[in-house]
Design a protein around this ligand. Structure first.
Ligand code: PLP
Length: 473
């Protein structure tokens, strides 16, 4: 559970709740450390020497997984040492203090301008945008802008009679469910159907009415790494409008894909080239290649971002517009994003993302060649693919595979699909920079060696599937 409760349990005596101290952690006298074991769930009465405190915390963290072997996460797990140095130099800077740290503010502005250009804004100087703590915050901001624009247009009906809705595929990331719950918007979900695991343009348009604040298109889906058909969605919404229906704006949730498609799929029109796309978000800490947490939200022009949502902070004696949920947040990640843009350029990003896609495609093929598995996707959109067990496999299931791979250090999530395809359970592998083809070969080898044991099972172990589904978002 993400929400933490206080410690419970009858056998949780005061002594058990104390942290165990290594005698070596004492300053000079190895017996001293033993007498001052601090409590686990209560603020200690007194201080510890810094080396002792460091040792305790460091040791406790050893059992965290190895982040480089975490094939569940989309989030960056490796950066160059120079990026680490820059981030350390900036860890004391608060992003909101634009007046005190004007150069950090300037780098944020440059990042927004670079993204506006990368995403083909017809007028990059008109684009408004900001950094956030990640795509979740960016999606909240984009959703709020959609809702406010709709509310202004429908002031005669809202809030008295009309209830706003947001149309999206059932495969959206959990942040959109949060948005709808937090901001009291009805979530209208396009279900999966057969082998279609993401939004269908016609089905989405059919769900729209005069209370639809927007449609969210995901580039790409966290379930299987596929891109949603943004251009086709815009065409379906154009047709809806032309036939006298509502004029519905599109937000592209490009948490991963907005930093992949511009480099590897240049001809794919998913961005501000499509006039109906009013805003786009991405996670700087996913394929933007920066450590967590930084995200970006951009609007085509100020008309897409209602003025009353924007607050002003002091900036060099003038005022600077800001749009954010947080007030204070770290500046280091924004600096690291600018560093990475400068360091890689378009060609560098292309090379890094191509390498990830090559690894994903190669790995998908080799897993398919093992014979027991069927691919849902092949890693040729996001460098991510999902696969399941073939129809003849009855001795084990994807949850067994996930658990057995974990014994070898690999974190590969298994999870069940949503409504209409709850029968389908898959494994998903996210290939990121740092997951080399050598590591991929080791993974295939470990999986290959596990297969005889898995095939010899009398049936799926059928343990806690909910636990297995928890880490795929
Ligand atoms: C990861 C993700 C999010 C949430 O992004 P964070 O940066 O983790 O807050 C939203 N949408 C999609 C499609 C994602 O992949």
């Amino acid at each position: 559970m993400a929400l933490h409760k206080g410690p419970h349990g009858a056998d949780d005596s005061q002594e058990r709740r104390r942290l165990a101290l290594n005698p070596f952690f004492g300053e000079a006298d190895p017996t001293a450390g033993m007498t001052s074991a601090p409590p686990r769930h209560r603020l200690p009465d007194g201080p510890l020497p810094p080396a002792t405190a460091y040792g305790l915390v460091h040791d406790e963290l050893m059992l965290d997984g190895n982040s480089r072997l975490n094939l569940a996460t989309f989030v960056t797990t490796w950066m160059e040492p120079q990026a680490g140095v820059l981030m350390a130099e900036c860890r004391d800077k608060n992003m909101i203090d634009k007046d005190e740290y004007p150069r950090t503010a300037e780098l944020e502005k440059r990042c927004v301008a670079m993204l506006a250009d990368l995403w083909h804004a017809p007028d990059p100087s008109a684009v408004v945008g900001c950094s956030t703590t990640g795509s979740s915050e960016a999606c909240m901001l984009a959703g709020m802008a959609l809702k406010r624009r709709w509310a202004k247009k429908n002031a005669d009906r809202y809030p008295s009679t009309a209830r706003p809705n947001l149309v999206m595929g059932v495969n959206v990331q959990v942040c959109w469910e949060k948005f709808c719950t937090f901001w009291e918007v009805e979530a209208r979900l396009v279900p999966m159907e057969g082998d279609r695991y993401h939004l269908d343009p016609e089905a989405a348009a059919a769900l729209c009415d005069e209370n639809t604040i927007g449609v969210v298109a995901v580039l790409g889906s966290t379930f299987d790494g596929s891109y949603e058909p943004v251009a086709e969605l815009c065409a379906a919404l154009d047709a809806l409008r032309e036939s006298g229906g509502p004029d519905v704006p599109v937000h592209v949730d490009g948490a991963s894909g907005a930093m992949v498609a511009p480099f590897l799929d240049e001809d794919l029109a998913w961005d501000f080239r499509l006039p109906r796309v009013s805003s786009i978000n991405t996670s700087g800490h996913k394929y933007g290649l920066v450590y967590p947490g930084v995200g970006w939200a951009l609007w085509r022009s100020p008309a897409e971002l209602p003025e009353e949502l924007v607050f002003r902070v002091n900036y060099l004696g003038g005022d600077m517009p800001t749009f954010a949920l947080n007030f204070s947040r770290p500046g280091a990640q924004v600096v690291a994003q600018y560093y990475t843009f400068l360091r890689l350029g378009r060609d560098g990003y292309r090379a890094v993302q191509q390498a990830s896609r090559d690894v994903a495609r190669g790995l998908a093929e080799r897993i398919e060649a093992l014979g027991d598995f069927e691919l849902l996707t092949r890693g040729d959109e996001l460098p991510v693919f999902a696969f399941t067990t073939g129809p003849d496999v009855t001795a084990y299931d994807v949850f067994d595979v996930s658990r057995r791979l974990r014994e070898h250090g690999w974190l590969v999530p298994a999870y069940t699909f949503p409504a209409h395809r709850e029968d389908l359970s898959v494994l998903r592998i996210v290939c990121r920079n740092g997951f080399s083809s050598d590591l991929a070969a080791l993974l295939v080898e470990d999986l290959r060696l596990l297969l005889p044991e898995l095939r010899a099972q009398s049936g799926p172990a059928d343990r806690d599937k909910n636990a297995a589904t928890s880490f795929h978002h």
